[in-house]
Write a protein that binds this ligand. Structure first.
Ligand code: URA
Length: 245
């Protein structure tokens, strides 16, 4: 079905400016529809049919937004929270009311979090059936041993009816404090912390470095975010397409 949108909403949805800013700019003649100047903010645009340009630059309408956030410790992975600041609170977007975090990281966990308004892709990425890889870097109190590697690989029990799925533990250093990469394909509550607790160790720092083969951009400092590139989005869609759901 053809989607119609007011011109001012079309432009503000695409983060060109606030609704009142874009109205002013439209009235000033900075906007064309199909190469013809349009000064009416309430003009209806046929999304993906009409060509809208602002100061000569074509503005493609994207219904879905995808961000990569390097979550800092201290933010809650939720859309709203009565007490704490959420990961959505820091995203500046005119569509921020629609955005949600794709999965959860604990308040003290850092790293890669995808933020979007695309429920279908989120569902595919999060469905346990789809076994999407999530890679964590962790600092752990105590020496991580080969027995731990084998225990994780054979499916460790964390007090739930079923043991965890096999998980790949790569030991980077093993000492009083050890450093590891852990790849899991589930997202149980506090899963990484509970897996280490099950082998008598405590996670003292946790950061997600990759999800579904998408690596955290090293240029993003904690609290920074950016839109996913087209290639990254293509990659996520391809990965989830190959999965069962
Ligand atoms: N596992 C945890 O224990 N915490 C997280 O934030 C993510 C995975």
């Amino acid at each position: 079905m053809e989607k119609l949108l007011r011109l001012d909403k079309y432009l503000s949805d695409m983060d060109i400016g606030s609704r009142s800013q874009v109205r002013t700019w439209i009235r000033k003649g900075r906007v064309n529809i199909n190469s013809i100047s349009c000064k009416k903010p309430d003009q209806k645009v046929r999304v993906n049919k009409d060509e809208v340009s602002f100061d000569g630059q074509i503005i493609i309408y994207e219904e879905f937004l995808y961000y990569m956030l390097n979550k800092p410790a201290g933010l809650v992975s939720a859309t709203t929270d009565n007490r704490d600041k959420t990961v959505i609170d820091i995203i500046e977007s005119t569509k921020s009311k629609e955005l949600f975090p794709v999965g959860r990281l604990d308040k003290d966990t850092e790293g890669l979090l995808i933020i979007s308004n695309d429920g279908e892709l989120a569902h595919k990425l999060l469905s346990p059936k789809n076994k999407v890889d999530k890679v964590y870097y962790a600092k752990v109190n105590g020496r991580v041993t080969n027995e731990d590697v084998e225990a994780f690989l054979s499916g460790i029990s964390i007090g739930e009816p079923k043991p965890c799925l096999p998980a790949k533990l790569e030991v980077l250093s093993s000492d009083d404090i050890s450093q590891v990469y852990l790849t899991i394909q589930e997202g149980k509550f506090h899963q990484v912390k509970r897996m280490f607790k099950a082998v008598g160790k405590e996670v003292i720092y946790l950061k997600r470095v990759s999800m579904a083969g998408l690596d955290l951009d090293p240029l993003l400092k904690p609290g920074d975010y950016r839109r996913l590139t087209e290639d990254e989005l293509e990659h996520l869609k391809k990965v989830t397409l190959q999965k069962k759901e």
